[in-house]
Design a protein around this ligand. Structure first.
Ligand code: ZN
Length: 63
């Protein structure tokens, strides 16, 4: 198992890595099976309010 740690939760005024907008929605995502033995981590999904880019962040506080 070699997993990159998720970045920490960046708060309500998170900066979008694609368009630099300040502000992103947050949605909790449960762990999901990807097929085989792969399982995604439970995480927070951030979605930019301007460009809809999505990225993952760790739970706050981390589990
Ligand atoms: Zn954006």
């Amino acid at each position: 198992m070699n997993r990159q740690p998720l970045p920490p939760y960046s708060g309500d005024d998170a900066e979008c890595p694609k368009c630099s907008n300040l502000g992103a929605y947050t949605a909790w995502q449960p762990a999901e099976k990807l097929g085989g033995h792969q399982l995604t981590e439970e995480h927070l999904r951030r979605e930019c309010k301007r460009c809809n880019y999505r990225w993952k962040e760790a739970l706050n506080p981390p589990a």
